[in-house]
Design a protein around this ligand. Sequence first.
Ligand code: SF4
Length: 176
Amino acid sequence: MQIDPLVFRAKFPESCRPDRCRSRCCRFGVWADVGEKKAIVDNRDLFLPYVRPEAIDPACWFGRTEPDPDCPSGIAVETRVVAGACAFLHPDHGCALQKGAIEAGLHEWKFKPRFCIMFPLVLTEGQLTVDEDMKSLWCMKERNRTHPITEAVRKEVQYLFGQEMAKALTRQPVVR
Ligand code: SF4
């Protein structure tokens, strides 16, 4: 996997602040891998207590699929928007997939789609880069972007891609 030099220059807040952003990045749902969908559906009982009443039916959780070479399986599936937000977003505790895993004593990100974990980093055509499209989010406004993104998301990168990749983030890119 290549790292876009932009990743080394870009800034982000010191950490996510759901109290400031009110999880606006979750309003539109996300593209997950079909393997992630299977794990979520197979473990649906973990999440049912934490979804909103209008998203209680697992049949409404996922929508269309499409080929995506950046997904491990090669096929992406959308999480559906239900009543104005991702089916898994709950205003009281955020992502039901994260909340359900924590309450079950599992890693907080065990069932969370990788694209949610890595935001605002994104994998595009095999390159790790920064998703600069959602400028209206609190974390993407210039005045709030005070820290190197490589520090802010190091833990997430290590979880998803391993220690070597996390170390690579702290190295300076080769200038050609
Ligand atoms: S799966 Fe969870 S983190 Fe991802 S968009 Fe939905 S509510 Fe947000």
